[in-house]
Write a protein that binds this ligand. Structure first.
Ligand code: ADP
Ligand code: ASP
Ligand code: MG
Length: 448
């Protein structure tokens, strides 16, 4: 039987992790360490990995919904928290779990030391709230491992070399901390432990019959993450692909094999018995409730106005996603431009746009947070006609109204009202025959 190179590598990897000394980076998300019991359960798992002969680095997120609770708390104190202080506050969540996990591991008879992001050498740029990792100097982690310790690192945070301030990497950023450390330490594998058994064809909290995917190309995972599937942080997938880090997404509540994200080249084919089999056309459906829709109404329909609007948004450090420009109404010489951006960036973007109203010359702005985005993703889509037809028929049969549409070679996305989103996801999942026979297990978490 002829196997493709990637399959061989991954299979070897699974065996090697069990049998020879490996450097393993294990990341545990908030739902895995939501209370003292969870911390002890994770500690036991980490100790077992070391006992099996591995060097173990652990990246840990804040307990349960701590980050959301800290955000709520800040909002009760002020509606204009300085970004620096917000990062000081949010980075505290991960410090709590890292220290408690280190204590639990020590109690189980192994030796663990915890490190903040800056102690672990996570160097970032100086943009608070969504800092990017620009360098990793893990010498203290390496030394701890050489002394036989388990190193516990606070996820989601770093320090800017220029401002010397503490930064955070954006929501879900602990995944990226883990992969960045795995790359810098040349780890054999980065395991992302969470509250479901791996990456599914849709969020199992929305589609109970979603199926677990055994292997997914980083290309498809990038599209899923970029489309809002929060199972992995987008930059973690980018980082893993760039540095060739094998990623294994699995549950901390079960011993089941999870999903391998295959780095490197796009896998269009798997080869069995010498026959090339095309990958499934569709890999999954993602949804996203974290974006808002902005419509700039009555923009003069002359060259340069779209550029001016998006420059204002870029200067406000906002990330635009979908853009739609309506045909200008005959005779008015004006058009509407709509786009989506993260809700958390909405207020700043609106302030910046309003300040530029005179210069750009638009008539008004509409802002709507009650929207959701659905995306269908699949590498096989690029060579299969008819995907769009099935997609739009399924939404129409389900009576779902579409607000905006955008596509890439391997993705179709639509914006709907937030209320219709879950039904839309289920309709599309069913239309592409992705429903499995059994129900996916969700072990923990609140889905917040
Ligand atoms: P953690 O706290 O471990 O980082 P997250 O809540 O960030 O966990 O991510 C895990 C959650 O991602 C799951 O509980 C699930 O609801 C959601 N999710 C969204 N899309 C998917 C998908 N395609 N496959 C699996 N889980 C998904
Ligand atoms: N605690 C942070 C968050 O909730 C980071 C993470 O969980 O990855 O976004
Ligand atoms: Mg996460």
């Amino acid at each position: 039987m002829t196997m493709p190179t990637t399959d061989v590598k991954i299979d070897e990897l699974s065996n090697e992790v069990a049998s020879t000394k490996q450097l393993v980076v294990q990341k545990f998300g908030g739902s895995s360490v939501s209370d003292a019991e969870g911390i002890k359960r994770v500690a036991q798992r980490v100790v077992d990995a070391q006992k099996a002969g591995n060097e173990v680095v652990v990246v840990v997120s804040a307990m349960g919904d701590t980050t959301d609770e800290l955000l709520d708390l800040a909002a009760q104190v002020t509606d204009s928290a300085p970004a620096r202080e917000m990062d000081m506050l949010l980075s505290a969540g991960e410090r709590i779990s890292m220290a408690l996990l280190a204590m639990a591991i020590n109690k189980f008879g192994a030796s663990a030391q915890s490190f903040t992001g800056s102690q672990a050498g996570m160097i970032t740029d100086g943009i608070h709230g969504k800092a990017r990792i620009i360098d990793v100097d893990p010498h203290r982690i390496r030394t701890a491992l050489d002394k036989g310790h388990i190193a516990i690192v606070a996820g989601f945070q770093g320090m800017s070399r220029t401002t010397h301030e503490i930064t955070t990497l954006g929501r879900g950023g602990s995944d990226t901390t883990a992969v960045a450390l795995a790359a810098a330490l040349e780890a054999d594998v980065c395991e992302i432990y969470t509250d479901v058994d791996g990456i599914y064809t849709a969020d199992p909290r929305v589609v109970s019959t979603a199926q677990k995917i055994d292997r997914i190309s980083s290309e498809e995972m990038l599209e899923l993450a970029a489309s809002g599937a929060k199972i992995l942080h987008l930059r973690c997938v980018e980082y893993a692909r760039r540095f060739g880090v094998p990623l294994h997404v699995r549950s901390s509540f079960s011993q089941k094999e999870g999903t391998w994200v295959i780095p490197g080249a796009e896998e269009k084919f798997t080869i069995e018995e010498g026959v090339a089999l095309e990958q499934p056309i569709i890999s999954g459906v993602a949804h996203d409730r974290s974006e808002a829709k902005v419509t700039v109404v009555g923009v003069p329909d002359i060259p340069g106005k779209a550029a001016a609007i998006f420059q204002v948004i870029a200067d406000a450090h906002s990330n635009i996603d979908m853009i739609v420009q309506n045909v200008s109404t005959h005779g008015t010489g004006r058009t509407d431009i709509s786009f989506t951006l993260p809700i958390v960036e909405g207020a700043d973007a609106l302030t910046a746009l309003r300040a530029a109203e005179g210069k750009i010359g638009f008539e008004s702005i509409e802002y709507n947070e009650n929207v959701g985005k659905l995306s269908l993703i699949g590498a096989g889509m690029r060579s299969h006609p008819g995907v769009s037809a099935t997609f739009f028929k399924a939404l129409s049969d389900a009576g779902i109204n579409i607000d905006m549409i955008s596509t890439s070679e391997i993705r179709i996305s639509v914006v709907t009202s937030a209320d219709a989103l879950d039904d839309a996801v289920r309709a599309i999942h069913a239309a592409f025959e992705l429903d499995g026979d059994s129900e996916a297990t969700v072990y923990g978490g609140t889905g917040r």
